[in-house]
Structure formats: structure tokens, C-alpha cells
Design a binder for this molecule. Structure first.
Ligand code: UD1
Ligand code: CA
Length: 488
């Protein structure tokens, strides 16, 4: 690509139609801000320098942009006096330059690097003073129109508000993305006026200036108008997000991922999927989620920044910053909070919530449990309805359960506490002290049975009748079969 290419990204406008406290270009689709999408396309062209023009909320927007592209030069446009003024500010920030300058807007998230590259290459090959990336659209309302002369050459770009009724019929629009010979741009900018319906310095007026100077001007029509579509309000943002998602899902299917219902599957731009991953309906894969081959995800599952191992199965689950091992099983109805790590072939089952929990290889937490701030060794089974009581009202504490332990149902582990390798617990145990390896911890008191309680205390009820009938049938007094009871 051009040895000497500068890209200017315009991001100073407020985006009032979003009706938002968040700047337009910071609104997100596909897991990235709009400006991040544009910067990623720009970076793919490997320009020599990138300049972003910021104005509204410059601290936030500038910090965000430099978070994405640290070497990006920021130029501050104090007052939004138009795109021509914005480019003037950008050129002032980098000083005298030559070569090619591309100006892009920051609100076109579907723009691709290869399109920008093709545009710049055509511009340079044709040795033009200015080129406009145009598109043929059904509804040109609001856009600048590409006006051509009788020979079909580009004569000018006329903004909607300044266009004649005939010009408004033109279906070829300016995308707002332009390419310039840097020397021409530097000469043309001071010639721009603001005597137009918006009272702004229009960058697009450079086209007319070049024509009058007898310089070469051209338009490069993009086939795929979505790439230059900008979002001005939330409805347009949603439409762009939907189209972006359609493209991402379609690309993953081409790359060997099965998606049962593309319409209810949402995949962010930065997600990575292996071949033969299977995605079931109602699934959102967000952020930096990575899924290994043969994993089956869904239905109705949301995973953000998660790592799922090969062949794992994740059903009706909400997960964030969790790592799930190969062949492991999760859900249905699991809540994986940050710091969850499940070993290979392990299980986090139904109605189980986990947080900062390392669960070893083959270990299982199958039912109705909360596992917070815990380490569970390999091969251990945690009984149904177990609460890892990590919070004493002031501070959080950790629980450690060793390898191949078998804890029973309805336990509470009061942290900090440690249950040794191969240890066990009885049902309903509240573990407050460490359990040595191999020991069985039982904390519930001995069971007492009060014989004939139903008949004496609930006389006349169906309960009492059933109890009386049962006592006659087997002739055994209730409670007599209990060993070790302390009956009176
Ligand atoms: C602009 C183009 C129009 C094109 C359309 C495509 C001009 C004069 N018009 O119109 O031909 O069809 O984009 O969407 O260029 N900005 C600044 N500083 C300013 C003004 C704008 O940074 O002073 C930024 C905005 O943040 C935005 C971009 O430039 O990212 C475009 O500005 P906008 O006001 O939306 O221009 P349009 O009227 O849409
Ligand atoms: Ca616009």
C-alpha cells in the first residue's frame, strides 16, 4: 500500500440524534464501539499515521481512541464548524505532509480494511487530486450527492440541504470517505467557504475546487453500501448491529461452525470459534470469548469473555470471565461469575452459581449450590444444595476441598475452612472446623422420634388417620426402628 498514507478519522461531532449521554462514536455494536470498528479497518491498511479529530467529550473519546490505537495522533476541534474545518485541524496537528490522505468518518462500523485499501489504490493509480468513495443507495436522503457532468465525470458533491430538486433525485451518494493528494488538500482547505445552508466548511466542496483548477477528480462506487452506512440514531445503530452480526455468523458458518438459528445467535467481532463448534438457538457469544472444537453451546446461553474447552457442553447458562475445561458439562441454569475455572470433564450443574472457584478435573457440583472463593480438588463430588459461605458480613474467605472428597447434601462450608483429601460429610453438615483427610464430618445432632405425635397432636386430621392406619398395618411403633434414638 501507499508508502506515505495518512488517515484522518473524524470523531468530533456530538451525535445529538442518539439522545444519549454517551458520544455517538462510543456506542457499541458487535462488542466494539463504532470508532473501534473504523480504526480496525484503518489499521488493516497500515497507514503511516492515523489522526483522530475529537471535540465533543474529547477526554473520553480521545482516551478511548488511544486505548485502541496508542500511536494515534489526537487533534482537537474546539468548535464543530464542519468536516472541512475538522480536516484543517487534523493537518495542523501533524504539520506538513505529502503523499495520500484518506478522510473517514467514525460512525461506519461495517467498513472493511480491504475496501479502504482498494479505494486508496485506485485513487493513487489514477493520480487524482481527490477521490470520493461513493455508493448507490435506494434512499439518498441526508447524504451529499455525487453530481456528474455530461461526460459522466464527477463535477461536484452537493449536500442535501443545498441541492436542487433535480440533484436530490441522484442516487449516487458521497459516503463521507474521501482520498486526497496531500499537497492539493493543503491548498484547497483555505479556499473553503461556509456560505451554505449549514454555515459550515464542507470538506466535500474540495471536489468542486479541484474541478475548477482542472485537476483530476473521481468517484469509486462501493458495491456493498452497508460498509459506508453510518448510524445517526439508535434505530440505525440497531440495523447496523444486526447486519454486522449476520455477516459475522455467516462467516463462522463458512469456517465450519454449526449455527442452528442464525437469527437468534449473536456473536461479537472479537469472538474466536473452532471448527465443529455447535451453537444452539438463543445464544450470545460476547467479548473475547473463545470456544474450542466440538463444544456445544446453548440453547439460551450468554457467554462473555469466557474460554470453553473442546467438546464441552454449556446449556442455558450465563457466564462471564469463566474458563471451562475440555469435555466439561455446565448447566442447565448455571451462573458462572468471574474467576470460575472448571477442570476437564468436570461438572457445574443445575442452579449452581460459581465465583472465584477452581473446580478440579472430573470434580462435580451437580445441583443447587453456591460455590464462592473456593478450590475443589480433582474427582471430588459436592452434594446437592451446598453453600460455600464465603462472607462473614465483613470479609470474604476461602474454602478448600481436597481431592476425591464426597460431601453430602445440604451442607454449609463456613469459610475459611479446609476439607481434606478423601474426606466426607454427612447430610446437613455445617462445616466450621477443618476436616482431616479421610474423616467424616457430621454436625447435625442425633435424630429424635416422638412416637404417635401425629395421633396425639393432630387428632382428627388426615395426617393422624394415615399415621394410625400405618401403625395398625405393620404393628411397628413409629420410631422403634431408629437406632440410637433418645426416646422418652
Ligand atoms: C457528511 C458529508 C456528506 C456525506 C455524509 C455521509 C460533508 C460536508 N458532508 O455529511 O457528503 O454524504 O457525511 O455520512 O462532509 N465532524 C467533525 N467536525 C465537524 C463536523 C463533523 O468531526 O465540525 C465529523 C462528525 O463527527 C462525523 C463526520 O464528521 O463523524 C460527518 O459529519 P456529519 O455532520 O455527520 O456530516 P453529514 O451531514 O452526515
Ligand atoms: Ca452523518
Amino acid at each position: 500500500m501507499g508508502q506515505n498514507l495518512t488517515v484522518i478519522v473524524l470523531a468530533a461531532g456530538g451525535g445529538t440524534r442518539m439522545k444519549s449521554k454517551t458520544m455517538k462514536v462510543l456506542h457499541r455494536v458487535g462488542g466494539r464501539s463504532m470508532v473501534e470498528h473504523v480504526l480496525s479497518a484503518v489499521q488493516a491498511v497500515q497507514p503511516q499515521r492515523i489522526v483522530a479529530v475529537v471535540g465533543h467529550q474529547r477526554e473520553e473519546v480521545g482516551a478511548h481512541i488511544q486505548g485502541v490505537v496508542p500511536e494515534c495522533v489526537l487533534a482537537v476541534q474546539e468548535e464543530q464548524q464542519g468536516t472541512g474545518d475538522a480536516v484543517r485541524v487534523a493537518l495542523e496537528a501533524v504539520g506538513l505532509i505529502d503523499g495520500t490522505v484518506i478522510v473517514a468518518t467514525a460512525d461506519t462500523p461495517l467498513l472493511r480494511g480491504d475496501s479502504l485499501r482498494a479505494f486508496a489504490e485506485e485513487h493513487e493509480a489514477a493520480q487524482r487530486a481527490v477521490s470520493v468513495l461513493s455508493a448507490i443507495v435506494d434512499d439518498a436522503f441526508g447524504y451529499g450527492r455525487v453530481v456528474r457532468d455530461e461526460d459522466g465525470d464527477v463535477a461536484a458533491i452537493v449536500e442535501e440541504k443545498d441541492a436542487t430538486p433535480e440533484q436530490r433525485e441522484i442516487g449516487e451518494i458521497s459516503s463521507g470517505i474521501l482520498a486526497f493528494d496531500a499537497a492539493f488538500l493543503a491548498e484547497a482547505l483555505p479556499q473553503l467557504g461556509n456560505d451554505n445552508s449549514k454555515g459550515e466548511y464542507y470538506l466535500t466542496d474540495t471536489v468542486g475546487i479541484a474541478r475548477e483548477a482542472g485537476l483530476t477528480v473521481g468517484a469509486h462506487a462501493i458495491d456493498d453500501a452497508w460498509q459506508t452506512a453510518g448510524a445517526n440514531d439508535r434505530e440505525e445503530l440497531a440495523a447496523l448491529g444486526k447486519e454486522l452480526n449476520r455477516r459475522i455468523v455467516s462467516q463462522w458458518m463458512k469456517d465450519g461452525v454449526s449455527v442452528m438459528d442464525p437469527a437468534t445467535t449473536w456473536i461479537d467481532s472479537d469472538v474466536v470459534l473452532a471448527t465443529d463448534v455447535m451453537i444452539l438457538p438463543g445464544t450470545q457469544l460476547l467479548g473475547a470469548t473463545v470456544i474450542a472444537e466440538d463444544a456445544v453451546i446453548g440453547p439460551d446461553t450468554t457467554l462473555k469473555d469466557c474460554e470453553i474447552g473442546a467438546g464441552a457442553r454449556v446449556v442455558r447458562t450465563h457466564g462471564e470471565l469463566a474458563v471451562i475445561g475440555d469435555g466439561a458439562a455446565v448447566g442447565p441454569y448455571a451462573f458462572l461469575r468471574p474467576g470460575t475455572k472448571l477442570g476437564a470433564d468436570g461438572k457445574i450443574g443445575t442452579f449452581v452459581e460459581t465465583k472465584n472457584a477452581e473446580i478440579g478435573e472430573g470434580a462435580k457440583v451437580p445441583h443447587l449450590s453456591y460455590v464462592g472463593d473456593a478450590e475443589i480438588g480433582e474427582g471430588t463430588n459436592i452434594g446437592a444444595g451446598t453453600i460455600f459461605a464465603n462472607y462473614d458480613g465483613v470479609a470474604k474467605h476461602r474454602t478448600k476441598v481436597g481431592k476425591h472428597a464426597k460431601t453430602a447434601s445440604n451442607n454449609t462450608f463456613v469459610a475459611p475452612v479446609e476439607i481434606g483429601d478423601g474426606a466426607g460429610t454427612g447430610a446437613g453438615t455445617v462445616v466450621r472446623r477443618d476436616v482431616p483427610p479421610g474423616a467424616l464430618a457430621v454436625s447435625a445432632g442425633p435424630q429424635r422420634n416422638l412416637p404417635g405425635w401425629a395421633q396425639t397432636k393432630r387428632g382428627g386430621t388426615a395426617q393422624a388417620e394415615a399415621a394410625a392406619a400405618a401403625s395398625q398395618d405393620d404393628g411397628v411403633g413409629i420410631g422403634e426402628s431408629e437406632s440410637g434414638g433418645a426416646e422418652s
